[in-house]
Design a protein around this ligand. Sequence first.
Ligand code: ADP
Ligand code: ASP
Ligand code: MG
Length: 812
Amino acid sequence: MKVLKFGGSSVASAENIDKVVAIVKEKSEEGKLAVFVSALRGITDKLIAAGKMAAQGNEDYKDVLNEIENRHLAEVRKLIPIANQSAVLSQVKKLLNELESTCEGVFLIGELSSKTLDRIMSKGELLSSFIIAERMKSEGVNVSLKDTRELIKTDSNFGKAAVDFETTNLRCWQYFNQASDVTVLPGFVATNENGETTTLGRGGSDYSAAIVAGAINAEVLEIWTDVSGMMTADPRVVSQAYPIERISYGEAFELSHFGAKVIYPPTIQPVLEKRIPVWVKNTFAPDDAGTLIHENGNGNDTMVKGISSINKIALMSLEGSGMVGVPGFSKRLFEALAREAVNVILITQSSSEHSICVAINEADIIKAKTAIDSEFAFEISVKKVDPVMIERELSIVALIGDKMKNHAGVSGKMFSALGKNGINIRAIAQGSSEKNISTVINEKDVKKGLNVLHEEFFEKPIKQLNLFITGVGNVGSKLLDQIKKQQRFLSEELRLNVRVVGLANSKKMAFNDEGICLESWKEQLEGGEPMTLTSFAKHAKAKNMRNSVFVDNSASEDVAMIYNDYLKSSISVVTCNKIAAASAYQNYRSLKRAAMDHNVSFLFETNVGAGLPIIGTLNDMVRSGDRIRKIEAVLSGSLNFIFNNFKTGVSFEEIVRQAQTEGYTEPDPRIDLTGTDVKRKILILIRESGVAMEMDDINSDPFMPADCLEGSVDNFFEKLKEHKQVFDDLYTEASAKGEKLKFVATYDNGKASVGLKSVAPEHPLYKLDGKDNIVLFTTDRYPDQPLIVKGAGAGADVTASGIFADIIKTVL
Ligand code: ADP
Ligand code: ASP
Ligand code: MG
């Protein structure tokens, strides 16, 4: 005989019930069936709500009863042929009338005992089983309806009654010995020794089916639900979760006990004792394989089978010097909790015995605290023990798997994956069986935590990279373009799923957790919300997604000011904006430290030489123990343009004007010509070499007469004209020696300067075209011939690609 159980969603509507009937018909050809059903989806919740409203004197309970009535009557009308409808309707109405009378009684006395609530709740399954059995009859199935309350006997712990297996097993055995082909039974319900209705706990229909399967030694128990098996994680939270093929009883128990709602935890025990295989199957996709729960996993099992979580957890810690080495403390603690029926979900005790920490349901906090404070009142009064400390809004996240015990480093991997994503672990417990490693984390981090762990243990090596990008000008739009083109390669070759979750320009911002479509980002941005830097950051932080990166494509000081806020929220920062890295040394350091403390990256390769690998090369040298002795560099595209084109026959004023018109310089070319930008760049290189330096420590050799710096831009050009000779002399002096003028930044032996230099042909700086930048590193390991990085040092495309490379570095 097989035992089948169909859950609430499987019987939610007439359409679904017909799917159930089809499965039952097919299965019944192979042998006899006991078919347990839950109440129609949502009905148990409604019944409880009606009972509670009635007890509070709220007449609206009648509306809820009406809803319940209408839903059932509508199903009967759809499912039962007209000829039989009136008989079925009258039986359904009889059950509904009983329900109404009970609720009326509750309303009149203003009280709802757990015994009465059980009577009320039982109506859900009594109604559904009756209607479904009638539908099967009308479909020609040889079916009988059996009231489970005559079979399963329990104690009087209403709401979650304990089964009297001896009596139950006997009754089941006798009944099913001569049952018809198909027996339909209500799940969830039972009776105590006085014949009063009890229930087995929320979700208990699974248990009802398992109890009967165990009692009659069924060949198999099949739990039919709305997902294709027990999954690697709750599919509502982890979209990448997938069904587990096979799982041991122990693993299934742990998974369900730690929150995998798909099976009610006590279900495992009766089938485990008799080694009855359990299948979890999908009513809506009956051909999907489903999950087999059985004695042993198979040889190919993964070491972690599933991840689950329980929310609304509180941690209670008892601490004090008086506990050390004194036997009986834990016994008293747990007895005090047991007396108040507080369920302890997880326990940790430090090996110094200085503290014991237990996780309980938040709902039990008051009971638990009172019980413990009174149990240890004396010890607390003499300060041997501190009053109980309680933390709330926590969750337990657990890894489950029989094979974890044979693998080193599972917990290490778990903790580091959580840590890398800024998820703080409040407590840890690992049973000695090592079937389960549990961590207590903040409830707000659960979704992120489950996804991080799922990625780490099941999806590897596909990683999600979640980007929040500000600035969609020249560089920003090129970056989006590059990401779009490269997405496929990254996912196939690097197993990296890069998605732009947030995007903003100075006016608007748009978000999409699944990734903004990069074909139509402009339209999405246009239709977005008004942008402010704080609200963009607020969104990014609230999303609390793993592997998040904030990308700054702007040159704005305001944006640079909020990097710290991102880093502290475990969001990496990638930027082409030089302001932060060239700000006060203290600020630069604190950003680097914040990144380190929160296990994220602060990357700004494009601050110097756009996409050229300058900072990365420097970092590699320094990290591997090299020491930077000297840096010589030409780092300004605008100054290169000017000095490459300044020759005999052209005045300096003309060439600067041309550079300005063609957009090679800032609107006020003095910003370039005074070398401020170059100073920032060399400063960043010096700092990355490990030297603490400020902007003011860099010497700059002005090559322009002082009055050029005064007044307006027009005045500046006037002055350039006036001083024509000064510039011509600079040029002729250099070219007389066969040399060229270059604006060079130098760092040598702790000293830095920027200024115009005359460079001889044999010098590597001599031959430098167009927008090229060049950096020469003389180091302990490159003492004679410097290491040289050279190439285009400006342009939206190369800058975007440098940013892109930094983005990828945050997760590699
Ligand atoms: P039923 O009404 O059939 O008893 P439940 O709602 O009690 O169904 O349980 C099935 C639901 O459990 C699924 O729809 C899914 O959302 C949830 N669930 C949580 N964790 C898991 C998991 N690890 N595997 C499968 N389902 C899970
Ligand atoms: N109907 C009950 C509940 O919702 C039992 C079950 O569905 O398993 O808790
Ligand atoms: Mg269920």
